[in-house]
Design a protein around this ligand. Sequence first.
Ligand code: NAD
Length: 439
Amino acid sequence: MRIAVVGTGYVGLVTGTCFSEMGVHVTCVDVDERKIDALKQGTIPIYEPGLETLVHKNMKSGRLHFSTRLEDVLDDVDVVFSAVGTPPDEDGSADLKYVLEVARTIGQHLNHYVVVVTKSTVPVGTALKVKKVIDEELKRREVNIEFDVASNPEFLKEGNAVKDFMSPDRVVVGVESERARKIMARLYKPFMIVSDRLIFTDIPSAEMIKYAANSMLATRISFMNDIANLCELVGADVNMVRKGIGSDTRIGKKFLYAGCGYGGSCFPKDVKALIKTAADNGYSMRVLQAVEEVNADQKLVLFRKLVKYYGDEQALHGKVIALWGLSFKPETDDMREAPSLVLIDLLLKAGATVKVYDPVAMDECHRRIGDSVTYATNMYDAAQGADALMLVTEWKELRMPNVETLRQEMRGRLILDGRNILDGEELQQAGFEYHCIGK
Ligand code: NAD
């Protein structure tokens, strides 16, 4: 089978590469010429464990290609996946301009039957819009070419994307024709050898499943953050509470970690978009509104703890604050909506000097905020001369620091752990004042 995957971001590049690994002939298409030029040279634009090796392997095998022109590829494929970005519009709704741009290009150049599959996270009704745009273009060309639309939302997690794609918990495909269903079933068959986890639905349900899944996960995080904040007030420990409730099989252990707020390219925008979809339909998503509110507030928690320690915000002027972890979660360089950005902004506004360290997101941070912070060469370099240290992302290498080195490097003795992963007792014994979330 031959496919095109449009958009070579976190989702598109992983999708294209993993299909090529399963023997499909894939062309990944992107309008970003620099990205495509780099990929043709074998340079991967994102950090994603295991991806580079697979890209190189499949390029070499002749199954994985790159192009900037979808129109050149269309004649040669059975399926077109659209995995372009759907950033939040000003009103919180998903901006569909890239998705519809791809649909227009398809309509302008299509010469034979294809299945047009939307993999981007898009609100219910988008597949119909895609269909309408393609139809309009075909009418304009006065040609009658059959095609199907389908919805195949992606559930991969950044940082574990290749593994998630190769061994998915489930693959959801919304279709409206038997022909499209058969093609999609064949395409995903190699991923279903161990057990069949392919779920076919109608298209609106597939579109809704993605938003409902992300909103449920975001809800669990905000719920636990709310519980954590209450734990602090009443003298309970959120880690013990987490273990206690997570061992109930109806609740489960995952996504129950309190912290300094969720970020990333998906949860914030998907929660917003679902709230907006509901509002457009005259319904108010009250739970999700609270989820958002709690999360926005949680991103301020470490800053509030810092201010409390020093007495007031003015006291932060001239202080040196070290930040460990910049990406919105470990194993990625993605900083979209990262809590670190909110913190850095607050610290700089308060007149503090900020020294940052992240194992992979330093370049991305520099691209976003330039030289407003000091970029350290390693975790201890960041701590050197710092009055306080804040851990924002729970990268593995940050979890068990050498406490003696920290004592020598830091000027002050305050450590704020935004992910509850450091050994508080050990730090306290070494003379540090240690605060985490929900304890
Ligand atoms: P991204 O921003 O990393 O990549 C999008 C790519 O699309 C960019 O390279 C951009 O240049 C390209 N593009 C834009 N318009 C184009 C056009 N007309 N033709 C060709 N290429 C075009 O985005 P992403 O993180 O991969 O997310 C893509 C979609 O998948 C979003 O809807 C997102 O919500 C969803 N999603 C993301 C994740 C994730 O973890 N990142 C997980 C599941 C679903």
